[in-house]
Design a protein around this ligand. Structure first.
Ligand code: BT5
Length: 326
């Protein structure tokens, strides 16, 4: 793609001007075509200075999603090595499922700058304005279906670690897999199995992170926050995606090595509300007790007056007695 070739050339000479003539010769494109591509890059958020006499120089990379920039920052072996980036999609999970059914490789990553029909769990909606990180990864891991749910636990851990590395933020995990900051939801995860797990073991891991937009872009009743709200500045979405994929790959390798207990402990270290008195809602039923931890499969362990009970995600909701956000 010419646009990426131009970027490549400019990025190879940071702070220096590269003449239009040189770009034109090296890439075999007209000066008019270069001008058009530079204009498009500026619109994408790249800061490029153009001088009639000297040519062009790259001053700042774009903070918004860009395939070339993401590839530059990736440090993984398989995750994100094939990227589908669209400006707008109904849902990256839906697109990832389609691509997986058509033979999409392990690690294939779908991203959209905006989702018109973002999905949460259990048919819930996920609001996905521009500026967020909406990303789904196709995985064909060496794991049995029974162990698939552990991948959503692993994804929570990976996102927490990425936000810590990049912004020194301490994000908590609210069981089963909400990522919260000061009690407000910053990110969510949607794991889905594709087709017959027994024949093609394929899973889609969707991640939604409220990043570069103010809280006001989300509807009023949501108890949500965004990185922009927390940090006060916009972050580089390409590095954010790359670092999350780095940690996710690390967790995946460890899971494939059957380090299940290690994952359980990593999850617990990052969990919110442990040891607190909580309520579990299952339809009309309410269970009360102390949130003791999780099982190896991620089921919540509740110490009640009638002994210990376990609850798996999907069928129940967790509420805190002392924190209003739970
Ligand atoms: C989730 O569901 O938290 C999973 C969200 C996964 C979204 C990603 S984005 C990329 C990929 N493509 C998709 O289509 N989906 C994935 P759940 O635990 O069911 O939470 C959904 C609930 O969170 C909603 O019912 C709202 O109450 C709330 N919510 C919706 N949008 C939100 C947002 N942007 N930030 C915080 N809370 C939100």
């Amino acid at each position: 793609m010419v646009r990426h070739d131009i970027l490549q050339l400019l990025a190879a000479h940071p702070e220096e001007f590269v003449s239009g003539e040189r770009i034109s010769q090296q890439l075999n494109v007209t000066r008019a075509a270069i001008w058009k591509q530079i204009k498009a890059l500026k619109e994408e958020g790249f800061e490029i200075e153009g001088q009639t006499k000297n040519g062009y120089r790259l001053l700042k990379m774009s903070l918004s999603l860009n395939e070339w920039a993401l590839q530059q920052t990736l440090s993984t072996t398989s995750l994100g090595r094939t990227i589908y980036l669209e400006d707008e999609l109904s849902s990256t999970n839906i697109r990832a499922k389609e691509l997986a059914r058509r033979g999409g490789v392990h690690g294939l990553t779908v991203l959209a700058r905006y989702q018109s029909g973002g999905q949460g769990r259990l048919q819930r909606q996920w609001e996905s304005p521009r500026g967020g990180l909406w990303m789904s990864v196709v995985l064909r891991p060496d794991l049995s279906l029974a162990d698939a749910s552990k991948l959503t636990l692993a994804t929570s851990v990976a996102i927490v670690d990425a936000l810590k590395e990049l912004f020194q933020l301490r994000i908590g995990i609210k069981w089963p897999n909400d990522l919260v900051y000061n009690g407000q939801k910053l990110a969510g995860i949607l794991g889905e199995v594709v087709g017959e797990w027994n024949t093609v073991q394929t899973l889609i891991l969707g991640m939604g992170i409220n990043a570069n937009f103010p809280r006001g872009c989300l509807s009023e009743p949501l108890n949500a926050t965004t990185l922009y709200e927390i940090l006060g500045y916009k972050v580089d979405l390409n590095s954010l995606a790359a670092v999350i994929l780095k940690y996710l790959e690390k967790e995946l390798i460890s899971l494939e090595g059957r380090a299940f207990e290690r994952l359980r402990l990593s999850w617990l270290e990052r969990a919110d509300g442990l040891g607190e008195e909580v309520r579990i809602l299952r339809g009309e039923q309410v269970f009360q007790g102390i949130f003791k931890g999780i099982t190896i499969d991620g089921a919540l362990l509740l110490e009640t007056e009638d002994g210990e009970k376990s609850f798996s995600a999907g069928e129940v909701q967790l509420r805190s007695k002392i924190r209003k956000y739970f």
